[in-house]
Write a protein that binds this ligand. Sequence first.
Ligand code: NAD
Length: 355
Amino acid sequence: MVKNIAVIRGDGIGPEIVNEALRVLNKVAELYGHTFNYTDVYMGGCAIDKFGDPLPEEELKKCTDSDSVLLGAVGGDKWNNIEGSKRPEKGLLRLRAGMGVYSNNRPAKIWPQLSDASPLKKSIVENGIDFIIVRELIGGIYFGEHKTEGDVATDVLTYSEAEIERIGRIGFETALKRNKKLCSVEKSNVLDSSRLWKKVMHKLSAEYPDVELTDMLVDNCAMQIVKNPAQFDVIVTENMFGDILSDEASQITGSIGMIPSSSLGATTCGLYEPIHGSAPDIAGKDVANPVGTILSAAMMLRFSFDMGREADAIEKAVGAYLDAGYRTADILSEGMTLVGCKKCGELICDYLKKE
Ligand code: NAD
């Protein structure tokens, strides 16, 4: 198969981790006889430096014209004092909206080899951590009006029934393919948008009688994720709550550097990225963990290119790499072998075999 992939390296550790994901994709292409064509796209701080804009129209078009997009991360201190609408993160919001990818899927799963890296007690980890957060990605407070007038700042949070329904369906469909438990997370004791969220989710549940729907307030959910993560199968929630909860969920699995994500809308052209940021504190040192990006590439193969076998092969190779005792600094524990970002990518390629 021939596939055209838009590649956004971005800022900070972005170029380092994306290079390793491309190394793995190239190995997949070689083993399975595919051709992956890459188009470089500038977004974030590097695009501000080059064009004075975090995502110019022509760069966005390269993404919407592609079969899918692989992204590292954007942002950094250098661009922190730029006015809101020109910041690197604005490029990311524009990209997600421009691609219409309203559903962000973030798995929180602990690799058995990394149970020691979780900050949770062994007794909690042993019960299992394996759930997915389905986060609404192109609505809510991040996309409402933002303004500052004198000493008052305002951010507007809006959701329509249609926006809630389309992400709610993804939540139910995801639960149907798993253990059929869906937890809808909101703040309906305070927010009107959350009361609408809850109403729509319950209306939808009539269409999915096999899925058990529960409701949880977001503050309680933040607590339950560390107290008893085994209770969750699929969590569906709005944009900002999902952003925060998924970072929390990633940490209990060991490291934010291990977690991939997929974002999809009405077409198969998806956006694939690790859930972490550009980690300026470790950029350029060859110490970043590229596994979240490599697993994001595997998700791209599975969800956008219908290459399930190839995705399985990447995940198996990551398992074999961990089994052999290799660890980047963020997940290093006693007796394990420390490797850098590049070596990690090379080793995963060595373990990659045609299934
Ligand atoms: P971050 O996720 O970049 O880093 C948080 C911590 O995790 C840091 O200590 C970092 O070293 C560590 N870390 C992150 N990824 C890692 C990896 N792959 N391997 C090892 N350690 C890793 O969050 P932050 O420091 O709050 O943000 C830094 C910049 O990234 C900011 O400019 C922020 O706006 C931006 N950001 C971008 C995205 C994105 O592009 N999707 C997401 C979040 C934050």
